[in-house]
Design a protein around this ligand. Structure first.
Ligand SMILES: *[C@@H]1O[C@H](CO)[C@@H](O)[C@H](O)[C@H]1NC(C)=O
Ligand SMILES: *[C@@H]1O[C@H](CO)[C@@H](O)[C@H](O)[C@H]1NC(C)=O
Ligand SMILES: *[C@@H]1O[C@H](CO)[C@@H](O)[C@H](O)[C@H]1NC(C)=O
Ligand SMILES: *[C@@H]1O[C@H](CO)[C@@H](O)[C@H](O)[C@H]1NC(C)=O
Length: 469
């Protein structure tokens, strides 16, 4: 936790809630609309349907009224409100400014247990569409129990897991079903899965269909070596083979967009961050992104709503212009960045601090500021954590060798806090951060076209205390 920041997430005291959301935002009217339990949603599993309800601080109350002076709703504006939850479903949100006008609330709320969170922020849970839970097969890297608890601790109430670094990787339907079974028993937050697109299954329509039908939200591919031998990278040709199916189904293709080409990096200190950064220049990203844009622009297949190529973890601000162009041109392209690209800067990374190693690499502060601008302007569509833990030994913390260290930053439980802190630093209102995370950026990967926009909300309470670092 950042020093001086009091970040008290009582996710586990909160209640699992569902609400209908509209693409692009949620509002009072929407929340008041019929609540709907997402446990019915076959693609997501987690304990929310039953266990979370029972294990949480609000257990024993099937009717709950969550009251606060700073309930986030509408355009991310905070307002005094009372949220009525019946059996885990939001059934009403009412303007409410204290106990004095309790009698103004509908009669249906009378029997509810009242939890007053006072001046703490009550916000919808964050949806994180990019995490690595490392299960099955690599529980020593983390696993679903710890991984989803870390999510809950960070205010994240829905995660979507990548097809790697589990072992085996999720490249076939039965393997995805196995993950769903594991999540059902272990996840404390809603959990969904991406399927893996690899050279071996790229042209195998039957396998890809089975993967999607088993519950994958879409596919994920790497354009550069993934670091996991049994999850090889694909070529442009492989991506083009898979696109017609994804277009028909209205499902996204998530891409690690770096095209590795030869770079000459003079011998230097392997403990120096600059050495690692130079080995993966921005050109890798811009080459890959330009290929993806060209793939989209060349494909003539009809596409159902929901299809898009989604660029994972953008680090390079130089690629933003190209992305913005492609979007303006009407190509179905979306992009995420991660809190670490916004919050940490190459200049600040000490020698040997391999916990900062990830790919693409963290770049300098000028780059980060441009990413911030793109988040604010909407060119960057969402934030995801790319939470990717590894055993400490693999990070080579003892010798600080950036070349040998595993690439991956695990910080889901801190993502909101690091972003929130820097948002303050960047003079953007803190509640803007919550709105950004909860509303604009995090909504909307989960709902696939056929389901309509439905996501879980888990109210969590976040007293924001302004700090200096
Ligand atoms: C709440 O859920 C319980 C158990 O699932 C059920 O018995 C009860 O009827 C539900 N109550 C309402 C108001 O839906
Ligand atoms: C609270 O709401 C009541 C109406 O229910 C209103 O009369 C009162 O002025 C409000 N108080 C504040 C502090 O906004
Ligand atoms: C995977 O990436 C490596 C390194 O860039 C490249 O040499 C190889 O051709 C790529 N594989 C495919 C199938 O494109
Ligand atoms: C898409 O292709 C057309 C025709 O070749 C070209 O004029 C246009 O600039 C391309 N758009 C993008 C965003 O690349």
């Amino acid at each position: 936790m950042d020093r001086g920041t009091l970040f008290l997430v009582v996710a586990c005291q909160a209640v699992a809630l569902a609400a209908l959301l509209h693409r692009g935002g949620w509002d009072w009217a929407t929340l008041k609309a019929t609540g709907r339990r997402l446990s019915l949603y076959p693609r997501l599993y987690g304990a929310m349907g039953g266990n979370a309800w029972r294990c949480c601080g609000l257990a024993g109350h099937s009717e709950v009224l969550i009251v606060g002076q700073r309930v986030l709703a509408g355009d991310g504006e905070e307002a005094p409100a009372a949220v009525h939850v019946s059996n885990g479903t939001i059934v009403g949100v009412y303007p409410f400014n204290g106990t004095r006008n309790m009698e103004d609330l509908p009669a249906s709320t009378r029997s509810a247990a009242v939890f007053n969170y006072g001046g703490a922020v009550v916000a919808p849970g964050i949806i994180d569409v990019h995490v690595h839970l490392n299960m099955p097969g690599r529980e020593d890297w983390e696993g679903m129990v710890s991984g989803t608890r870390a999510a809950a601790a960070g205010g994240v109430t829905t995660v979507v897991d990548m097809p790697l670094n589990s072992h085996p990787c999720t490249t076939e339907g039965p393997l995805l079903k196995q993950k769903l079974g594991l999540a059902k028993a272990r996840s404390v937050v809603n959990t969904g899965f991406w399927g893996g697109l690899v050279p071996e299954n790229a042209a195998d329509r039957v396998t890809l269909e089975a993967l999607l039908e088993s519950g994958a939200f879409g596919l994920k591919a790497f354009m550069s070596p993934s670091g996991i031998n049994d999850f090889p990278n694909v070529s442009r040709h492989h991506i083009e083979s898979a696109i017609p199916l994804l277009k028909e189904r209205g499902m996204p293709l998530f891409v690690h967009a770096e095209s590795v080409s030869h770079v000459h990096v003079p011998e230097g200190d392997p403990r120096a961050y600059s050495q690692y950064m130079a080995s993966r220049p921005p050109k890798f990203e811009s080459d890959a992104i330009s290929t993806l844009i060209d793939v989209l622009n060349s494909s003539t297949h009809e596409s159902k709503a929901g299809f898009r190529i989604h660029i994972a973890h953008l680090a390079d601000a130089n690629s933003l212009a190209m992305i913005q162009d492609a979007k303006s041109y009407g190509l179905p392209l979306t992009v995420e960045t991660c809190p670490h690209y916004l919050s940490f800067w190459a200049e600040g990374i000490p020698d040997g601090a391999t916990q900062y190693k990830c790919a693409p690499p963290l770049r300098d502060s000028a780059n980060a500021i441009r990413l911030w601008d793109a988040v604010a302007s909407g060119t960057i569509d969402m934030l995801s954590s790319d939470h990717s833990p590894a055993p400490p030994g693999m990070k080579h913390l003892d010798n600080g060798d950036f070349g040998k260290a595993w690439g991956g930053i695990s910080g889901r439980s801190r993502a909101a806090v690091s972003t929130g802190t820097k948002l303050q630093f960047c003079r953007i209102h803190t509640h803007g951060c919550a709105a950004l995370c909860c509303q604009k950026l995090c909504i909307n990967y989960l709902p696939s076209a056929n389901m309509g926009p439905v996501v879980w909300l888990l109210l969590w309470v976040w007293p924001v205390v302004a700090t200096s670092e």
